[in-house]
Design a binder for this molecule. Structure first.
Ligand SMILES: [Zn+2]
Length: 187
């Protein structure tokens, strides 16, 4: 086996797991899920039916990635953060998988501990969602989002450092510019 699954975890049939991925204690990966290479799933992680996860994704303890969620490469999900896939759930009137709202988390984005991502939204690449934030709208690339409901208070560098003056990072030297309210990296 070219990936690792702890003996306490369950992997359903028709699941693809990439090379060097590690799945730790008490996880469940449901049927049809696709997990890329070099990912890490911490303790008590649940991956729903048909979920698609890219490469180098880190999912910390106690996270459920429900059907309808897509995680691109290098996404980081902090401990006990929450995804959803139904805006108006009722026990009496289940909608079924076709009605689930999609959530897309783009390349390199970070979701902090205990944050909630309401379904139907897209989180831009390299965005940073603070611990405990509740995301109720689309999030721009590189946006720093805090609070309930989450509001943008600034921008973050690819390296994770908040950007202050001139959109250049004192920490790693990358620099950016604003183009029609979107942050872009300078070549
Ligand atoms: Zn930086």
């Amino acid at each position: 086996m070219i990936y690792f699954v702890h003996e306490s975890s369950y992997i359903d049939n028709d699941v693809v797991i990439g090379e060097a991925t590690k799945i730790w204690h008490f996880c469940h990966v449901h049927k049809g899920a696709r997990i890329g290479s070099k990912c890490s799933l911490g303790q008590n992680v649940n991956i729903g039916d048909n979920v698609v996860i890219g490469n180098n994704v880190k999912i910390q303890n106690n996270v459920s990635v429900y059907e309808g969620v897509i995680l691109e490469d290098y996404v980081f999900c902090g401990p006990s953060m929450v995804f959803t896939n139904d805006l108006t759930p009722r026990s009496m009137f289940p909608k079924g998988a076709e009605a689930f709202k999609k959530t897309l988390v783009k390349y390199g984005a970070t979701i902090g501990a205990n944050a909630t991502i309401v379904c139907g939204n897209t989180i831009g690449k390299w965005a940073m969602i603070a611990a405990g934030a509740v995301v109720t709208n689309d999030v721009a690339d590189y946006a720093l989002m805090v609070g309930v409901p989450a509001k943008q208070i600034g921008w973050v560098c690819q390296c994770g450092e908040p950007l202050r003056n001139n959109y250049s990072c004192k920490f790693c030297g990358r620099s950016y510019y604003l183009d029609n309210q979107q942050l872009k990296e300078k070549d």
